[in-house]
Design a protein around this ligand. Structure first.
Ligand code: AKG
Length: 223
């Protein structure tokens, strides 16, 4: 872990947005990684895999697959192909409780999007500045449930912006085990991954590259 010399503690990034460093213990990171691998294996057995969706600017360099509702760029979600593992719900609820945000109303409607960054195959891999806006727009109020985003593997430079594409940006260093949450007022704020640092994976994970698990409420739950 190259960047851990900096002082790291819970930080509010904007109203309703937080960075929680070291949220997951090494054992929890191992458990989350092996759980995601099992889900990916189940997807592969059903004929699905990580995809590189086509953006308006070319193919995404990040490999993407969804547990729960299947996320698609610029389109509506598809029904689940494999479920969101219970462990991911547990970690989400714990993170949400830790910062005192609104919890997920109907967890069966959640999508956990896996994003694999491979800086060895794709040097300079990044995720451009964007908003997580493909969900049911009625969820985007002042009490919008948060997006919860887990980092595993390589260190990364996360950009946290604001309501506009041109809003000032803050650089946040994400290490393996960190969580970022953004709900309420910040639910639609721009963000992205500026850089993934090769050879910074914690050795206990026995993996290469970076895996991000972003949990979003895909559609409103039937109450
Ligand atoms: O990889 C990351 O940490 C960021 C993921 C992200 O921006 C997203 O899923 O919308």
């Amino acid at each position: 872990m190259q960047l851990s010399i900096f002082k790291r503690s819970l930080k509010s990034l904007s109203e309703g947005a937080y960075h929680i460093p070291d949220f997951l213990s090494p054992e929890e990171q191992q458990h989350l990684l092996s759980t995601c691998r099992k889900s990916l294996l189940s997807l592969r057995m059903k004929g699905f895999d990580l995809e590189h969706p086509k953006t308006h600017f070319g193919e995404m360099k990040v490999g993407v697959a969804s547990l729960g509702h299947w996320w698609r760029l610029y389109q509506h979600y598809l029904p689940p192909r494999v479920p969101v593992p219970e462990l991911i719900y547990e970690f989400c609820q714990r993170a949400i409780a830790e910062v005192g945000l609104v919890t997920f109303a109907g967890i069966e409607t959640v999508s956990a999007i896996l994003q694999h960054y491979d800086p060895y195959k794709v040097p300079g891999v990044k995720l451009g500045l964007h908003r997580d806006d493909s969900e049911d727009t009625s969820l985007f109020g002042a009490d919008a449930p948060p997006v919860v985003s887990f980092s595993l593997g390589c260190d990364a430079v996360f950009l946290w912006g604001g309501a506009e594409y041109t809003s000032p940006k803050e650089k946040v260093i994400l290490l393996s085990g960190d969580v970022v949450l953004f709900g309420g007022h910040s639910r639609l704020f721009y963000h992205g991954i500026n850089k993934v640092l090769p050879d910074t994976e914690p050795t206990f994970l026995k993996t290469r590259g970076r895996l991000n698990i972003t949990v979003r409420q895909a559609v409103r739950a039937v109450q």
